[in-house]
Design a protein around this ligand. Structure first.
Ligand SMILES: Cc1cc2nc3c(=O)[nH]c(=O)nc-3n(C[C@H](O)[C@H](O)[C@H](O)COP(=O)(O)OP(=O)(O)OC[C@H]3O[C@@H](n4cnc5c(N)ncnc54)[C@H](O)[C@@H]3O)c2cc1C
Ligand SMILES: NC(=O)c1ccc[n+]([C@@H]2O[C@H](COP(=O)([O-])OP(=O)(O)OC[C@H]3O[C@@H](n4cnc5c(N)ncnc54)[C@H](O)[C@@H]3O)[C@@H](O)[C@H]2O)c1
Length: 447
């Protein structure tokens, strides 16, 4: 049996960052993954998704500029766009494997499961770990309605060689928003069935409200308060049943996509064999990202589910966990000012506190918000959606939250993240000279 200083379960962002740090410190490290190496972000999430967004963006920009000096129509060639995406994703597993090898990290392919507090089985091997990091990421939430097996995941969506004509998204969060914007630009008719009272509940309601105009303009049929209850197959069609405020509705589609949330992927680890406590599918961790019941086990990223399930958080968690593994428990994660973007067209972004949370925290809160499609930043790219909401603590002048929609929101939000994470004030930002004309040059007017 091989013994390692650290066994890392997973090969995604969290796994890679932690494995490299611990190996660099001279410790022996093994990584295990049962899927091609690379994890969600690089293979099935952020990166491939954003390559599809690039195609949609080109078409969207050309259409917006029509009659403003640009003529003719562009369209998405779906097969080619997927091929473009594959130029990035196809080499990832090999590169990741070579990267592990070059660092002297042993890589194992197969499903990992605990067989004891410090034992992990993978295929015919049993490894012993002085410490173990669970970095197994997310898996789509189990939906317990009839016919849920007909659901396609976003993973499969990004592998489709042909885009079906009629698509239903089950759920109305990040995946539904982003993928409906891509698919609509590629010519599909998309219906979003969202159980909650609005789209994108993780974002500010007023700012989401401005974005909803675009869903309508591109023909995405968003139905809120619609809980999917069953999917039936009827010939080549799927009939999606939903409970709506008006009674039952049925939507017919060629493809039904799971966009109803993801959960930590920990069910197959046989955690009880390692005495790793879990409650409601969530690992029970202390403030150091360490299992409360088995001190040699740590977790990071989506599997840990301590911060928002986003790539920068996976990477950050991995640094925290690796620090604690190497130096003893010294580091606690601080998730203040994690920016988040849904890459709709235009993008919507948020960082820091929501308005309701800021009202609780600040003794005197200044809220500034406006829809500003008349600002030059929007006009010069013929974009009719542009708006912001900023939340400032009047006493200290510190920025507590920023919520943006419109051109460059996905980049400008990072400057607000910098301000929030480093306690910058309104005055600090207003006295900074930002290059003009860029998205950032509007920051002063947003505060
Ligand atoms: C469609 C989509 C788009 C996204 N877009 C963005 C975005 O734009 N920006 C952003 O910040 N975030 C985005 N995310 C979220 C982001 O991808 C995740 O937060 C991040 O990738 C999680 O990284 P991780 O290292 O925690 O886990 P992962 O990268 O998921 O790695 C976990 C690995 O563990 C493996 N594994 C699981 N169980 C076992 C087991 N028992 N044995 C062996 N191996 C196992 C899995 O195969 C996987 O490779 C997106 C997610 C999705 C699904
Ligand atoms: N740009 C990004 O950062 C990005 C993009 C895509 C995914 N992600 C990550 O992936 C995770 C999963 O994304 P997601 O969009 O699946 O989840 P989500 O949590 O963003 O949204 C899920 C939505 O599904 C709805 N829902 C649940 N069950 C339903 C049902 N039976 N019928 C109708 N609606 C139902 C819920 O109301 C909820 O709003 C997210 O948490 C996010 O962190 C991030």
């Amino acid at each position: 049996m091989n013994t390692y200083d650290l066994i890392v379960i997973g090969s995604g962002t969290a796994a890679q960052v932690a494995a490299s740090r611990v190996r660099k410190a001279g410790r022996s490290v093994a990584v295990i993954d049962h899927r091609p190496f690379g994890g969600t972000c690089a293979l099935r999430g952020c990166d491939p998704k954003k390559m599809l967004v690039s195609g949609a963006e080109a078409v969207d920009f050309a259409r917006r500029m029509r009659d403003h000096g640009v003529s003719g129509d562009l369209h998405i060639d779906w097969k080619d766009l997927i091929a473009f995406k594959r130029t990035f994703t196809d080499p990832v597993p090999r590169k990741r494997e070579e990267n592990f090898e070059s660092q002297g990290i042993d890589a194992f392919h197969g499903l990992a499961r605990f067989t004891g507090p410090d034992r992990v089985a993978v295929g015919d091997h049993t490894l012993r770990g002085r410490q173990v990091l669970i970095a197994t990421g997310p898996r789509p939430a189990v939906l317990d309605f009839a016919g849920a097996s007909h659901l396609t995941t976003s993973d499969v969506f990004m592998e489709l060689d042909q885009l079906p004509g009629r698509i239903v998204m089950v759920g109305g969060g990040y995946i539904a928003a982003e993928f409906s914007h891509i698919a609509a630009r590629a010519g599909a008719r998309v219906t979003v069935l969202q159980r909650a009272a609005r789209m994108l509940p993780a974002f500010d309601s007023e700012v989401v409200g401005w974005l909803m105009e675009r869903f309508t303009e591109i023909g995405v049929d968003v139905r809120i308060g619609n809980a999917v209850t069953a999917i039936e197959r009827s010939g080549n069609d799927y009939r999606v049943r939903a409970l709506t405020p008006q009674g039952e509705a049925i939507v017919t589609a060629d493809l039904v996509v799971h966009a109803a949330g993801r959960r930590p992927d920990v069910t197959e680890l046989d955690l009880s064999a390692a005495n790793v406590a879990v409650a409601n599918g969530k690992l029970q961790l202390n403030d150091f990202l360490q299992s409360v019941s088995n001190p040699i086990v740590y977790a990071a990223g989506d599997a840990a589910a301590r911060g928002p399930p986003l790539t920068p958080v996976s990477s950050y968690d991995a640094k925290v966990a690796a620090g604690n593994i190497l130096e003893g428990n010294r580091y606690k994660p601080d998730y203040r000012g994690v920016p988040s973007v849904a890459f709709t067209l235009p993008p919507i972004a948020a960082v820091g506190l929501s308005e309701s949370a800021a009202r609780v925290q600040a003794s005197k809160l200044r809220v500034k918000s406006a829809s500003v499609p008349n600002w030059y930043t929007a006009r010069r790219v013929a974009e009719s959606i542009y708006g912001y909401k900023t939340l400032v603590d009047e006493g200290s002048g510190r920025i507590l939250g920023a919520h943006l929609v419109g051109p460059y929101a996905d980049e400008v939000i990072n400057l607000f993240a910098l301000a929030i994470r480093h306690d910058l004030t309104v005055e600090d930002l207003k006295s900074t000279m930002f290059a003009y004309p860029t998205g950032a040059s509007d920051i002063g007017s947003m505060l």
